[in-house]
Design a protein around this ligand. Sequence first.
Ligand code: FCB
Length: 446
Amino acid sequence: MSGALPRNGWPKDFTWGVSTSAYQIEGAAHEDGRGLSIWDVRAITKDKVYKNESGETACDHYHRYPEDIALMKGLGVDAYRFSLAWPRILPTGRTFVNEKGLDFYDRLIDSLLEAGIEPWACLYHWDLPQGLHSLGGWAQRECAGWFADYATLCARRYGDRVKKWITFNEFSVFTLFGYAIDWAAPGITDRATHLRAIHHVNLAHGMGVDVLRTHVKDAVIGAVHNRQAVWPEKDTEADRRAAALLNEHWNLAFPDPQILGHYPPLIARDMEPYIQGGDMAQICRPVDFFGLNHYGPIFAKEDLNSTWGFGWGDSPPGSPDHGIGWPVWPDAFRDELLELHRRYKLPVVVTENGCAGDDAVNADGKVEDPRRIKYLELYTAKMAEAMDAGVDVRGYFVWSLLDAFEWGSGYGPRFGLVHVDHSTQTRTPKSSYDWYKALIQSAKPA
Ligand code: FCB
């Protein structure tokens, strides 16, 4: 195993983990009373997902979770970050509780604990119940209260065993792509709806933090934010303007109000019509860590046909990428860690980092993924550099344990440390699985 470590080695209580999310791996979409989410609906809407694929079966984790936990145990991870599916627990989003859905997560949590793996539960990884969307979803202020009720149910049910909690995954991705750019469910492109969704999701986060503090003894609570440097595609006034606005939507619209108590300057005035007395205090509740998801920087360009006037630009020709057009830029990861430490002054947990590929099982039955190993080597080395520069990083989770349903890209990009043949559900650990296992082993004190 190669790779750089912090000057004094990895801290002994550092958490090594893997991440997944419910809709991307569980499958069993119509089983045991689960209701529909906005992603089930998007997946059956023609041409919204690559090859019209869906998470209907995904990795069949709903039935195969014991095998997946055994894979995690083999890897030696300390923790597993997964999400609870709101429509599995409350099929229409509120009122009627689905006991069988609750039971599934009881089984999952208990089996993780038996295997010595700490559960890190995320309440919302993009799968809003369709029933709530029909009532207006995140564009509706009441949705924050519906979320708080769902959070209360989960906290009371699992809080005796789950101590690490995450309110939301990647606020800005699901609101921007779902309500301003038609790249994610529910596929709305409207400025006012997008702004309302931003504010109501922020409120829901704050209410969720309060509920978790009230109902879970010794809870450690955070939110997961995607943060990536946003650079202009071309050095023009128009692209610089596009990059500045995308940066606020992408990187600041959620952590700034949640941690600093105000919206960032370029969007603050747009938000005013939606803010009621007491809202900013309700949003800005103390959290215990900053969850960072990071893959690489983004390039922005002016796009006057888009909802906000910005679009995604190309990275400079020749820059290394994941194989799916995402740039590989390890220094940008270190700089992001330094910047968020400076801006928010919170302990950081890297809740997602990883590399896509089109990995296949070779004639010897093995999956060789040297590009992913190189990526993880480079990125963990940059994390070590940031830690040496004073950033308090407490944990690192690879996205992902399994090759999963990657939203609009379907099963195209494979991010797993474990290859999944989605027609047979055969799991094959890749060479990066062995690499990560060796890293974790070497990081533990003897
Ligand atoms: C992130 C998402 C996660 C996964 C990775 C590749 O934006 O949080 O669900 O799809 O990207």
